[in-house]
Design a protein around this ligand. Structure first.
Ligand SMILES: *Cc1c(COP(=O)(O)O)cnc(C)c1O
Length: 375
């Protein structure tokens, strides 16, 4: 075997279950409450709301159903339009399509890669009902600008916080800026329940509506009476048990990611030809992913291959929505997305997460430097 292939495989993301996960999961199973009853769900919701500084939180089966539920609760439907960043994970746009509305894509900022508030207003039309702000890769959006537009144009705001648990904008935790915040607990997110999601809000009516819709539309005070066509978007008590254990250590999970990002920054130094993800003055970035930008797509792909050959797993940045076939029909003729289309194809997410060691990071950066030198 080639010598380099003996080196430890470094995954791009790995969950960490050294806390009370197994204990609580066993408690949930032993209690017999394995579906939507049982103590862990309420506990997880209460504690998560508190973590986000929100009045209410209701759990869901995953982050995509959290977004879907938020749109249902805000009464967004067929014929409506929703502003969505062009650079995001597809689930953000898909949820809009599930309720029959049209996603209207907006280009991103060159430094944060989040939706560019300067480019939102020109895309607002009479049918526009909401803006979805995605805090991409752990960096919060410029919320004051987005909230200002929403207030002036009478639009709802959903935060997609699937990648940004605990991120802060001007010192305030994400999830409570807009009408509803949506979170994911997929296996590679900052905390995980395997599959899972959460909607946060400060609005008691939206909270009640989300609880109604996610539970088959069943009237909470009249069993098997269904005033609306609902959905089953519930989280199980078993998933919530894992969530409670993960939430107990979320602060150290976040500080670990921030430490890793700091270490990447220092190791990379001022290496030319490698752009970095940023942390704006208003931001507390939780660095769900630490990302670098190469000069062009070809070089990006070469570096990814080189790292893969050396047992380092990476991911490309998300493809912009405007580049993928199913979303072309939502574009208008004069749409252009120079920043997201120009950026995404040059970007790589490097390994991150709680199990990444300093040695791993030194090895990764050593390989990047070697790649740049021999190129
Ligand atoms: C992961 C993710 C989602 C979807 O969450 P799932 O739990 O996988 O359904 C939505 N939006 C963004 C930005 C994500 O990263």
């Amino acid at each position: 075997m080639d010598e380099k292939n003996n080196e430890k495989h470094i995954p791009v993301a790995e969950p960490e279950f050294s806390g009370n996960e197994k204990k609580y999961l066993n408690e949930a199973i032993d209690s017999g409450w394995i579906s939507s009853g049982g103590g862990f769900i309420e506990k997880f919701e209460k504690q998560f709301a508190e973590f986000c500084g929100c009045a209410f939180a209701t759990s869901t089966s995953n982050g995509t159903t959290a977004l879907h539920l938020a749109l249902l609760a805000l009464d967004i439907k067929d014929g409506d339009e929703v502003i969505v960043p062009n650079l995001t994970f597809v689930a953000t746009a898909n949820a809009v399509i599930y309720v029959g509305a049209k996603p209207v894509f907006v280009d991103c900022e060159a430094d944060t890669w989040n939706i560019d508030p300067q480019k939102i207003e020109e895309r607002i039309a009479s049918k526009t009902k909401a803006i979805i702000a995605v805090h991409l890769y752990g960096h919060p959006c410029d919320m004051n600008s987005i909230l200002d537009i929403a207030r002036r144009r009478n639009l709802k705001v959903i935060e997609d916080c699937a990648e940004s648990h605990g991120a802060k904008y001007n010192g305030k935790t994400v999830g409570g800026f807009g009408d509803i915040g949506c979170f994911s607990f997929f296996g590679n997110k900052i905390i995980t329940t395997g599959e899972g999601g959460m909607c946060t809000t400060n609005n008691p009516e939206l909270f009640a509506k989300m609880k109604l819709y996610k539970n088959h539309g069943m009237d909470p005070s009249k069993k098997y009476w269904h005033p609306v066509v609902g959905y089953n978007f519930r989280m199980t008590n078993m998933h919530a048990a894992v969530g409670v254990a993960q939430l107990e250590k979320i602060d150290s999970l976040i500080s670990g990611r921030r430490r890793a990002a700091d270490f990447y920054n220092r190791l990379l130094g001022d290496l030319p030809g490698i752009g970095r993800c940023v942390e704006k003055e208003y931001a507390f970035n939780v660095y769900w992913m630490y990302s670098v930008l190469l000069d062009n797509e070809k070089e990006r792909n070469m570096l990814m291959d080189f790292l893969a050959d050396n047992n380092v797993e990476t991911r490309p940045l998300f493809w912009p929505m405007s580049m993928m076939p199913p979303y072309k029909k939502y574009l208008s003729q004069d749409d252009a997305f120079p920043v997201s289309e120009g950026t995404a194809v040059r970007g790589i997410n490097l390994p991150a997460g709680p199990k990444l060691t300093l040695d791993d990071q030194s090895r990764i950066v050593g390989l990047i430097k070697k790649f740049k030198e021999t190129k």
